[in-house]
Ligand binder design. Structure first.
Ligand code: URP
Ligand code: ZN
Ligand code: ZN
Ligand code: ZN
Length: 484
């Protein structure tokens, strides 16, 4: 079997930094140490050898708001690899009324074109006995996480009673519920009011989704999950209010995870004040970009560990698609791209500024996702036996981000003009060199589905306390006569 050696680099993991060569055979890491030899040598001098990035939140070719997101599994995973991300976790989205198993089949069909490995979350977009019955089968098929939308009223939103029922089902089957936490009822009212006042531009999208709607829903989701006895993962945490709810819950022993996006960390709400309609509309996503106060809170959460992973929520729409919302901001397809830029942007604005250590960078871009989603150490590790999903990171390689040179299928980039320092020299997907000093050598269909088993852990830490406070029927004597 032909072997490869990544030579002369510094291995950086979530907890260690050390000089070593890394040997790869059959798509996995077979040796780590000094002076290794192999059939092919990749020169890593001056570079860091890190676990390839894992993006826990993407939407490829997703039917949404009257259209489909424009990156499919081929262009989306090509963009991921170009930026050092070697795995994505995408969302199977059944339309309300559709079987979860059928949605899974649809995503299986689309993902045959993936260039890198991938896994799925399953969305619970409606609630019924059928959904309840299908959930264990979905878990048996390697999907251990179920997403719930508290927003998008009249489309994907689930009510609290449905969410509580679904969370309890997740607890029974060892699955992790995920939540898009925004109060969809309040958003719908604010949208109506803004439109009635003639506020129909993309900036009104941000006004209709203030941080409070996110903070309230995040707290509600966490409390409901705790009552259901299940951990919970809050996607795209963008505000101090949401972060505060997560922080508080973690302090109280509740297993809750928070996922800021690279967009929210590095782009702020001044983008919506841009006079160019297209510029602002291209940045319409939910939750919207926030001000600096919220950004500081997210960075602090990554540093202190109260927020665990950085994702993209990559859901890319072209300018033409964004223009569906001219005259009515509620019709602008929600979503932004970022897959190719997540790692270079986080390195530039996190590691190069001293906000994050290199080890923290690896933790939040890769290892923590692998652990939280139950695929560690197959993914997210530089260890013997782990998949050779690796990035050889050159801290001195620089570029200016431009749509004209990106892999994504859309015609603009929300990070256009940003200068990044820190880029992949090589990206390896299960041992295959797919990015070679800027040259794209991806192979359509190389990506494989990664099964994620059910969890054994639930929120049991407080169960004794719960027993003591469980409702008890009180036996009474001396019942008053009726009518008294
Ligand atoms: O605006 C967003 N985030 N679009 C993608 C769908 C979702 O809510 O995650
Ligand atoms: Zn969402
Ligand atoms: Zn999303
Ligand atoms: Zn292959």
């Amino acid at each position: 079997m032909a072997s490869k050696v990544i030579k002369g680099g510094t291995v950086v993991t979530a907890d260690l930094t050390y000089e070593a060569d890394v040997k790869i055979e059959g798509g996995v890491i077979t040796e780590i140490g000094p002076n290794l030899s192999g059939d092919e040598v990749l020169d890593a001098a001056g570079c860091y050898v890190m676990p390839g990035g894992i993006d826990p939140h993407t939407h490829m070719e997703m039917p949404f708001m009257g259209t489909y997101s424009s990156d499919d599994f081929e262009s989306g995973t090509r963009a991921a690899l170009a930026g050092g991300t070697t795995m994505v976790v995408d969302f199977c989205l059944p339309s309300p009324g559709q079987s979860l198993l059928e949605a899974r089949q649809m995503w299986d069909n689309k993902s045959t074109r993936a260039n890198c490995d991938y896994s799925f979350h399953m969305a619970v977009t409606w609630w019924s006995e059928q959904v309840f019955n299908e959930m264990p089968e979905i878990t048996k098929q390697g999907i251990n996480s179920f997403k719930h939308f508290m927003a998008y009223k009249g489309a994907l939103m689930v009510e609290d009673d449905e969410m509580y029922a679904s969370f309890k089902r997740c607890a029974e089957i060892g699955a992790l519920p995920l939540v898009h936490a925004e109060n969809g009822d309040v958003v719908a009212q604010l949208q109506e009011q803004l439109l009635a006042e003639g506020n129909n531009g993309p900036e009104a999208h941000a006004y209709s989704r203030p941080p409070e709607v996110e903070g309230e829903a995040t707290n509600r989701a966490i409390m409901i999950a705790d009552m259901a006895g299940v951990p919970v993962y809050i996607v795209h945490t963008s505000s101090e209010q949401a972060h505060e709810a997560i922080r508080r819950a973690r302090q109280n022993g509740i297993r809750v995870f928070g996922e800021p996006l690279i967009q929210h960390l590095t782009l702020d709400d001044s983008e919506y004040a841009n006079k160019d309609w297209d510029h602002a509309a291209r940045r319409v996503m939910s939750p919207p970009f926030r001000n600096k106060k919220h950004q500081d809170s997210l960075w602090a959460g990554l540093q202190s560990g109260s927020l665990q992973v950085v994702a993209t929520d990559h859901c890319a729409f072209t300018t033409e698609q964004k223009r569906y919302g001219v005259g009515d901001f509620t019709k602008i397809p929600n979503g932004t791209g970022g897959l190719e830029d997540r790692m270079p942007m986080l390195w530039t604005y996190g590691v190069n500024t001293g906000r994050l250590t290199m080890n923290e960078f690896v933790a939040v871009t890769s290892t923590n996702s692998a652990k939280i989603l139950n695929m560690y150490p197959k993914k997210g590790a530089v260890l013997v036996g782990a998949d050779a999903d690796l990035v050889v990171w050159d801290p001195n390689k620089e570029k200016t981000i431009e749509a004209s040179t990106q892999q994504s299928a859309i015609d603009y980039n929300v990070f256009e003009g940003k200068h990044v320092k820190g880029l992949p020299r090589f990206t390896l997907s299960r041992g295959k060199v797919v990015i070679d000093d800027g040259a794209v050598k991806t192979e359509e269909g190389h990506g494989k589905f990664v099964e994620r088993e059910a969890f054994s852990s639930t929120n049991k830490a407080l169960s004794k306390w719960k027993e003591l406070t469980a409702p008890r029927k009180v036996e009474r004597t001396g019942i008053p006569a009726s009518g008294v």
